[in-house]
Ligand binder design. Sequence first.
Ligand code: NAD
Length: 476
Amino acid sequence: MERFQHYIDGRFEDGSASFESLDPATGEPWALMPEARAEDVDRAVRAAHRAFHASEWAGLTATARGRLLLRLADLVQTAAPRLAQLETRDTGKIIRETSAQIAYVAEYYRYYAGLADKIEGAHLPIDKPDMEVWLRREPVGVVAAIVPWNSQLFLSAVKLGPALAAGCTVVLKASEDGPAPLLAFARLVHEAGFPPGVVNILTGFGPTCGVALTTHPLVNHVAFTGGPETARAVVRNSAENLASTSLELGGKSPFLVFADADLDSAANAQVSGIFAATGQSCVAGSRLLVERRVRDAFLDKLRLKAEAIRVGAPHEMSTEMGPLCTRRQRDRMVDVIRASVAAGARLVTGGGTWEGPGFFVQPTILDCTEAPQAPCLGTEIFGPVLSVQAFDDEDHAVHLANGSPYGFAAGIFTTNLTRAHRLVRRLRAGVVWVNTYRAISPIAPFGGHGLSGHGREGGLAAALDYTTIKTVWLRI
Ligand code: NAD
């Protein structure tokens, strides 16, 4: 079995305990992971605290920090094949997707490398002739970054990149499910030459490692990605030290298709919008809202495409959808589908699990138009299950779209641009895609409202989240 280690204070070490990681495609253990307990977390946070004040980091210019990030980006690019394979092995995410996403990971580090020396303060034209007043943007301090299992390299890049560019130090907790790629990534951080303690990477379970990290008095900011229930615990725990938080949570994103849309292009976007990453994506377009008069035609297109998806071994390039990351997720999926059908939802396609080992579920579509109480409509499922509702007009579409406590993303498919502009204003979402879905760039912030969290990742906005303002008054 492969063995992985933590990275604390510039050294690789075993955890206080260890646990086995399962290969989601077979359900068999394949690697031994270190498990951080409170004492490991404490050492990591103390190391980050020390590093934050040490001249090796605090004394570096922003340009020098940028150079380190640039080196890290190059190392990620070189190590891309190995990182992609590890992520596929440990999380079941298909190799096509992990390989494509690693390229983005390098791009995000490169973007924040360039941004490091462009985080500017300001000069204030105060109404006092004998005073100079200016604002300095300073790093918030020690950041606790916590990520879920899906896309760990990407979800940590959108935290590490801006936090390091701003001058913070970081303790990054990988998810206990599929931590291999992040623990391997620690070798690249080391090779890039960040001073010891600036970046610490460990893994462990929420109730032990996660709680120890979020309650630690030396943590100044918690950057969390995960589910809303965990986020509540994170906020409660970090409130003890009044640490600030940024929360990137789940979604139940509506995907609106109007009768005048290019239905083929909308169907392609909807299929990748829900079935990419086996539906384990915070921006999954999991609620299709389709104009009633094209519902049947559109569902026919979707069904054919869903049934043509090649589900199989995640490490094969020809595979288009892999297993879910954990048995727990697979079982949850089966329960939600069953309960939704019992509540009156019509199974358009899928609904079954896969014969044999591994945590597979078929691409599934449930028409809930006549079953508004179906459980698949209300909560985030985080799997390959699309819920459908028909609407009669624009107002009805907006009413259904906004009728969710989440507010992450929304997709609009229409050829009527005036309507698109009206909807952009009315939809409650942090990201709106018009006639496209899932487009991202390091330059563009993303994040949500309501149960989807607060704060933004990507762009300058994210880097500013890791800074605090110091106001300086100087009598002249
Ligand atoms: P989760 O909330 O169960 O776990 C996320 C992380 O929190 C894990 O590392 C876990 O160990 C840790 N954790 C658990 N309990 C904790 C505690 N009490 N204190 C501190 N840390 C704790 O989430 P998950 O089920 O692993 O991931 C799926 C969720 O993540 C979904 O809701 C999904 O939408 C969300 N997500 C959001 C984004 C985004 O960018 N907004 C991206 C991907 C996933």
